[in-house]
Write a protein that binds this ligand. Structure first.
Ligand code: FAD
Length: 474
């Protein structure tokens, strides 16, 4: 999309304690702000900037804002995809100065100040900007073992959640049709790599699903027999939480029946199992499991790596971009980086940091427009929360630590407060209330393809095909 010639955005003025870096230029047209990514950072930036005298374009590769903290509930059938996502177009419809575009940013031209994006039909379009806000987040990392992705889906997108739902529920279905023995047990074994919040939540939910939701629905298998194995390189679950809270979570997981293995690296993932190697150099150990889920690491999305390269910006190992105190790329005061992509002061990869970053950038742009100096970004840690199982969650806010039922209530309130859209909030609360009375999961639908369409054949996972087979079907 090509629009009018460049406007004269005044640019940043200066921090209160720094000499001016820019000469103020009077504006003749509305400045164009391009936000790449409509996640937490992008959303909050738009909300704060929407009434300013700027034209905003939000470019996202998906059509909806995704509430990632509840992805695991979608993956395990507690919530639907509609509960945890909201169309960006609907979200921004009330703001006349906001344009929403679907496309994957692939190329930055910092001289022409354009971003090129790919449409889903693989054609390209270009968007101009005066100010660029990079809010594209992170993706799952397999830490150099990309081949693991074939057997072990990660958990970052709606596609991931639906694939995980499909794999978990299909595993129980396939087990039901097998005679007792090793093969059946393999289908009833679930391995989860990574004992951070996502791994803990997934492991707990699979056991809870097996012991409560599915317990009385099968005739041949006993779903309660399902084994859930949780692997981590550290020495405890939820390393970012205080040790006493982490110990409580571990105790709850043990009671649920999750088998935990610490101090190990996953060194192989196969169609039918996983190999882990102790960090201290012991002998590798194989575990049989037909479902392997990966939550063990994150890295910058490819476009962020490209931006860093084009702008000559430094990055850390995961690809987070080193930024100035106002969250701009050094030497490029017109390019902001927010959210998970920020590589500064060990800022955490949490929603709160992205939201505050979005608000900060909006404030900087408003100050630029008003001829006032920008302020440096200050992150306020408002605490963390993790769901363990029904009626049990952890909250840590500074020295305040809450767990159990009280933690669960607080966790529910926090998540409802930040879910996007009133109707999503109401329907999520209604669904949760309904599942308090009965351990049901109302959103277990999953797809298995068609028998008459070779390109979408009847299977529980397209990744199970040999790569050559997939190529011949394409
Ligand atoms: C499973 C899971 C559970 C989590 N639980 C919690 C929690 O309980 N509490 C908490 O605080 N945080 C949690 N987080 C972390 C939190 O979700 C992130 O910190 C937050 O989403 C980061 O916001 P962001 O705006 O930087 O990126 P994101 O929210 O990831 O948004 C990035 C957006 O950019 C888009 N995008 C990516 N590449 C491109 C491209 N090339 N072109 C166009 N668009 C692009 C994506 O589609 C996405 O919409 C969780 C994360 C996950 C994955």
């Amino acid at each position: 999309m090509r629009s009018a010639p460049p406007t004269t955005y005044p640019g940043p003025h200066r921090f209160a304690d720094e000499p001016p870096r820019y000469t103020v230029v009077l504006m003749s047209k509305r400045p164009r702000v391009l936000i790449v990514g409509g996640g937490f950072g992008g959303l909050f930036c738009v909300r704060r900037l929407a009434k300013a005298d700027v034209d905003i374009t939000v470019l996202d590769r998906s059509a909806g804002h995704l509430f990632q903290p509840l992805l695991y509930q979608c993956a395990t059938g507690k919530l639907s995809i509609g509960h945890i996502s909201r169309p960006l177009r609907e979200e921004f419809a009330r703001y006349p100065n906001v344009t929403t575009l679907l496309g994957e940013a692939v190329k930055l031209d910092p001289t022409a100040r354009t971003v090129t994006a790919l449409r889903p039909d693989e054609t390209e379009f270009t968007v101009d900007y005066d100010v660029l806000v990079l809010a594209a987040g992170m993706r799952q990392s397999y830490m150099g073992n990309e081949q693991f992705a074939r057997w072990a889906p990660g958990m970052k997108t709606l596609d991931d959640a639906l694939e995980i739902r499909q794999r978990i529920l299909t595993a129980f279905e396939i087990a039901e049709t097998l005679p007792p023995g090793q093969e059946r047990m393999d289908w009833l074994t679930f391995a989860v790599a990574g004992a951070g919040p996502t791994g803990v939540e997934l492991a707990g939910q699979i056991r809870e699903m097996a012991t409560k939701t599915l317990a009385h629905e099968f005739h041949s298998i006993e779903p309660e027999e399902a084994r859930v194995l949780l692997f981590d390189g550290g020495d405890r679950v939820l390393k970012t939480f205080a040790p006493d809270l982490s110990a409580k979570a571990q105790h709850s997981l043990e009671k649920l029946g999750v088998e935990m293995h610490f101090g190990v690296h996953v060194t192989d993932v196969r169609r039918d199992g996983i190999t882990v190697t102790p960090k201290d150099g012991g002998a590798p150990q194989d575990f049989r499991a037909r479902t392997v889920l990966w939550t063990a690491g994150v890295e910058a999305v490819p476009f962020a790596r490209h931006v860093a390269e084009v702008l000559g910006a430094q990055t850390d190992r995961a690809g987070r971009i080193k930024v100035e105190a106002d969250l701009t790329v050094p030497g490029h005061p017109e390019v902001f980086v927010i959210g998970d992509l920020v590589g500064r002061d060990n800022l955490p990869g949490v929603a709160e940091n992205a939201m505050q970053g979005g608000l900060h950038v909006a404030a900087c742009i408003r100050r630029d427009l008003a001829g006032k100096p920008r302020k440096p970004y200050r992150y306020r840690d408002l605490g963390s929360a993790a769901y363990i199982n029904h009626g049990n969650a952890l909250i840590q806010i500074g020295r305040i630590r809450v767990s159990g039922y009280l933690g669960w209530l607080a966790w529910g309130l926090i998540h409802i407060a930040f879910l996007t859209g009133v109707s999503n909030r109401i329907s999520t609360v209604a669904t949760w209330l309904a599942s308090i009375a009965r351990p049901r999961r109302y959103h277990r639908a999953f797809m298995l393809g068609a028998s008459d369409r070779p390109e979408q054949r009847y299977t529980y996972t397209s990744r199970d095909d040999e790569p050559e087979q997939r190529a011949s079907q394409a």
